[in-house]
Design a protein around this ligand. Structure first.
Ligand code: FAD
Length: 273
């Protein structure tokens, strides 16, 4: 069973929700007045998109908690699920039970990392062991051992399913960590598929789901420099130490000051705020 992610649903009109939440912070108008304007169409979708995009550049992240997504996830390993459920703020899980669900296949559809297939003979070894585990598990059930105890022989490779509800702030945080090259391949794959689903439904929000070094997130890598040197993204994204080196050199006068054209661009950007 391949890893599968479905976006079951998301908060209705998520950009409007974000607009309303942010606008409430920055206007003397009441939320009822703000929403009256939104619902009457007096704020164009373009204005809403632009306003939200500007706010997303800031560190004001709590309004993002007001937009929620529901995902269905299947075919992931218990090795992955243990990592995923460590996220505890702004996320809620329902996971297939190993007490109430009894696996009945001849050979459980275990997840097999590709690295096993790359070593001659090891994929067959893996398969042999999984068949044996399935046999012992089913024998235990057949002889009356309850499922909640029979499951003790099941390995990390056992497949599992989830329904997840997560808010956008937490989804961004999960993408920061789990799309990073340092994350384990299976959870990275899962979060990449979640990003794909969000990007299909709401491209304006999906674009922000990046590893933390992404240009819409930190913009640099804060992991150990040795890992950054080995990471494929290290070729296009700077390391934190490099930025600090440039900053120190700039402060020490070793880097040429910005010319007038650059200064104008910086000032214009400041005025837009
Ligand atoms: C590359 C990688 C390697 C890892 N290796 C290990 C490992 O070897 N062993 C291990 O046990 N775990 C490991 N983990 C898991 C890690 O320790 C965390 O459990 C996991 O990232 C989820 O934690 P979070 O703080 O991001 O939780 P989330 O719930 O996703 O946190 C959301 C936000 O809330 C904040 N937050 C959450 N709880 C609190 C709190 N109580 N007080 C204050 N702020 C809070 C977080 O800092 C974060 O900003 C690893 C994770 C990664 C990405």
């Amino acid at each position: 069973m391949p890893l599968e992610v479905t976006l079951i649903d998301h908060a209705r009109d998520p950009l409007q929700k974000l607009y309303g939440a942010y606008r409430t912070c920055y206007t003397p108008k009441t939320p009822a007045e703000v929403w009256g304007e939104i619902r009457a169409g007096r704020i164009t979708p373009e204005a809403i998109r632009e306003f939200v995009a500007e706010r997303l550049k800031t560190g004001h992240a709590s309004p993002l908690e007001q937009v929620v997504f529901w995902f269905g996830v299947s075919g992931v390993s218990r090795a992955l699920s243990h990592q995923l459920v460590r996220h505890r703020i702004g996320i809620s899980f329902e996971q297939q039970s190993q007490r109430y669900v009894k696996y009945k296949e001849e050979r459980l559809d275990y997840v097999m990392p590709r690295s096993w297939a790359k070593v001659p003979g090891m994929a067959a070894e893996y398969d042999r062991l999984m068949r044996e585990i399935t046999r012992v598990y089913e024998d235990a059930l057949a002889k009356g051992i309850p499922a909640e105890d029979a499951r003790f022989v099941l390995p990390n490779a056992t497949p599992t399913n989830f329904q997840i509800m997560v808010n956008f702030a937490e989804l961004l945080h999960i993408a920061d960590l789990r799309l990073c090259w340092r994350a384990q391949w299976e959870i990275r794959h899962l979060v990449a598929l979640m990003r794909r689903e969000v990007a299909k439904a709401i491209p304006e929000l999906g674009a922000y789901l990046q590893p933390k070094c992404g240009d819409r997130r930190l913009g640099y890598c804060d992991e150990p420099r040795k890992d950054w040197e080995r990471c494929p993204l290290g070729k296009v994204r700077p390391h934190k130490e490099q930025l600090l080196e440039v900053f120190r050199a700039h402060r020490g006068g070793d880097v040429a000051p910005l010319d007038e054209a650059h200064l104008r661009v910086v000032e214009d950007a400041g005025n837009e705020e």
